[in-house]
Design a protein around this ligand. Structure first.
Ligand SMILES: NC(=O)C1=CN([C@@H]2O[C@H](COP(=O)(O)OP(=O)(O)OC[C@H]3O[C@@H](n4cnc5c(N)ncnc54)[C@H](OP(=O)(O)O)[C@@H]3O)[C@@H](O)[C@H]2O)C=CC1
Ligand SMILES: O=C(O)[C@@H]1CCC=N1
Length: 279
């Protein structure tokens, strides 16, 4: 069970914090089961210790003897160096979860050069409040119990989908990066509402609740997004006018391109940092 496992985060940035927050505040994992290690930023370590009551250290000083689950949360370009550094400390009982965009389980397995279970986990920053949607895919040495553990941990920070590793790029474009598209949308909705006479705080509240309500409708009704859209749209009404402006200005295409380009970038991260030819 997850609550009896000791978890070490390698990397203590935004994603590590979002997961730590979800694990402690939403899933009730004890802070004394969590350690976070970064490269050198001491202020950041202090910040995390003060905020979550967890232990923090540098990777150089980290001991993995009492760790059960290692969560890799450095940038993709740091993967190789960090894995080389961790390699001598790895033990047979370790389960490794990697949140690194683009980096394959094969690459990690090759660098650590041992048959440890590697699970790729793609959460998003809504983990912070237990509302991530997290994709997980298993590497070659992953047993059912390891996948169960990865699933339990991911459920602690939101919803989970088991996918194939080939689907990880599009999952990353859709859900890993996804919150940013919605924040961008909200930024623009808020700005234009302010320009048209609403106070910023009020505009933010209204736009966010509108997005939340629409999102909940998609999850709770049996209608597709397209059917739900039609129910909002009166002939020759306000929504029709708004949607026409969206289409005329490339709104739909822009959204498709965003997901597509993010997925492509995930693929190219692999090419860049694993130095392998990618089809
Ligand atoms: N942010 C997001 O929304 C999501 C991110 N991800 C993935 O999560 C990973 C982390 O992203 P994010 O948290 O945004 O990145 P950040 O830049 O916020 O954090 C990176 C962390 O890695 C640490 N680090 C850098 N080099 C080393 C090293 N050699 N040894 C140990 N630690 C090191 C940094 O420490 P220091 O500050 O001391 O240098 C820092 O704590 C990425 O691979 C990303 O693809 C996945 C899903 C969503
Ligand atoms: O922007 C990135 O590369 C990371 C991966 C998914 C979300 N943030």
């Amino acid at each position: 069970m997850l609550k009896y496992r000791n978890i070490a985060f390698i990397g203590a940035g935004s994603m590590a914090e979002a997961m730590i927050s979800g694990l402690i505040n939403k899933a009730g994992i004890s802070p004394n089961r969590i350690i976070a290690a970064n490269h050198s930023n001491e202020n950041r370590r202090l910040e995390l210790t003060n905020r979550y009551n967890i232990t923090t250290t540098s990777v150089r000083e980290l001991s993995l003897t009492n760790t059960d689950v290692i969560i890799l949360a450095v940038k993709p370009k740091q993967a190789e160096e960090v894995l080389q550094q961790l390699r001598p400390a790895l033990q047979d009982h370790h389960v490794i979860l990697s949140v690194l965009a683009g980096i394959s389980t094969t690459f990690i397995e090759e660098i650590i050069d041992r048959s440890l279970p590697i699970v790729r986990v793609m959460p998003n920053t809504s983990s912070m409040i237990g509302e991530s949607i997290t994709g997980i895919s298993a590497g070659k040495f992953v047993k059912n119990e390891d996948l169960d553990l990865a699933q339990e941990l991911s459920k602690a920070i939101g919803k989970v989908k088991i996918i194939s590793e080939e689907q990880m790029d599009v999952f990353t474009g859709l859900a890993g990066s996804g919150p940013a598209y919605f924040y961008y949308l909200l930024e623009h909705m808020e700005d234009v509402a302010v320009e048209n006479g609403l106070d910023r705080e009020l505009a933010r509240d209204i736009a966010a609740q509108t997005l939340y309500g629409a999102s909940k409708m998609v999850m709770e009704s049996n209608d597709s997004p397209s059917e739900l859209r039609k129910k909002v749209t009166s002939p020759n009404g306000t929504t029709a006018a708004g949607l026409e402006a969206l289409a005329e200005n490339g709104g739909g295409v822009a959204i498709e391109k965003a997901v597509e380009h993010a997925a492509k970038r995930s693929k190219s991260l692999r090419k860049e940092f694993e130095k392998v030819p990618v089809m």
